[in-house]
Design a protein around this ligand. Structure first.
Ligand SMILES: [Ca+2]
Ligand SMILES: [Ca+2]
Ligand SMILES: [Cu+2]
Length: 285
């Protein structure tokens, strides 16, 4: 190589290097990662049934949390473990929970405080706090401006805020190729790592403890069973507080309670608007 050619090669390398520097100054570097948010929705409550137990009457029902969003719901425990009290109940082992929001490459690009995770002694595994809240009300959630997630006529019964372990249980898509494209990601109820992958759901059958509200002596009539996911907003479901994913966490069924002699019975007569898997299998068992 002549000295001149060598100089030309060096000059070309300098131009390339300058281009790289210039490119980054103009924002030509890799674009900022795009967060893919989960969107938790509740299936319309189903399998409504009355249970009589020791002079008390309970409305039992099945519910399912579904991740309809473009991103996984991913929750990581905080490591340090200490006692805590949640809704008046003491637990020996609790840890801080943090939501991790991922980009399409699976990198964590955002985090958000997500309440606490705690060891549930009866279930022998870890739960997330305030996953959902159930109520029975007289107010009509469908009436224009009549009801919101927080207030809906007279409250007949209010459950404790439901705590659960998140794990991918049921795939809500239709085809095998969809399932292949949206694999299961979360398998364990441990304190360190839980979640709900895109397209997956976690179901709670009506026979599960706490899938119930007391209706002892409730007169015949029409009532609403309402179900709100993420009542304390532990999980970001969009970039803003009014993002669509944050505003679709409320479902309800309207039921008629009848009494023949001493025994109450329920018939579902209406439910909130729903699409696809969210419509579930609403109705009586
Ligand atoms: Ca939320
Ligand atoms: Ca949502
Ligand atoms: Cu559990």
């Amino acid at each position: 190589m002549t000295a001149r050619r060598f100089a030309l090669v060096l000059a070309a390398a300098a131009v390339v290097a300058a281009g790289v520097v210039l490119g980054s100054a103009l924002g030509g570097n890799p674009p900022a990662p795009v967060p893919l948010y989960p969107n938790v929705v509740e299936e319309v409550p189903s399998h409504l049934q009355i249970q009589n137990d020791h002079q008390k009457e309970w409305l039992r029902f099945s519910t399912t949390h579904i991740n309809f969003g473009p991103g996984n719901l991913q929750i990581r425990g905080g490591g340090q473990i200490a006692p805590c009290t949640i809704d008046g109940v003491h637990y020996d082992q609790c840890t801080v929970a943090t939501q991790e929001i991922l980009d399409s490459a699976g990198n964590v690009v955002l985090t958000h405080p997500a309440g606490v995770a705690f060891f549930h002694p009866e279930h022998n595994h870890w739960h997330q706090s305030a996953v959902a809240a159930f109520k029975i009300t007289t107010g009509d959630p469908a009436s224009p401006g009549g009801c919101s997630q927080t207030a809906c006529g007279t409250e007949i019964a209010t459950g404790v805020k439901i705590t659960f372990c998140f794990v991918d249980v049921v795939f809500t898509g239709v085809t095998g190729s969809e399932k292949k494209a949206l694999p299961r990601n979360y398998f364990e109820c441990n304190g360190d790592f839980q979640g709900l992958a895109v397209g997956w759901a976690d179901e709670y059958h009506q026979s599960t403890p706490l899938q119930e509200l007391e209706v002892t002596g409730l007169p015949e009539g029409d009532y609403y069973l309402t179900h709100e996911a993420d009542p304390e907003n532990h999980w970001l479901e969009g970039p803003a507080a009014n993002s669509p994913g944050e505003r679709d966490n409320f479902t309800w069924v309207k039921f008629h309670l009848s009494r023949k002699g001493a025994n109450p019975a329920v018939t579902v007569i209406d439910h909130s608007a729903c699409t696809g898997a969210q419509c579930g299998h609403s109705g009586n068992p």
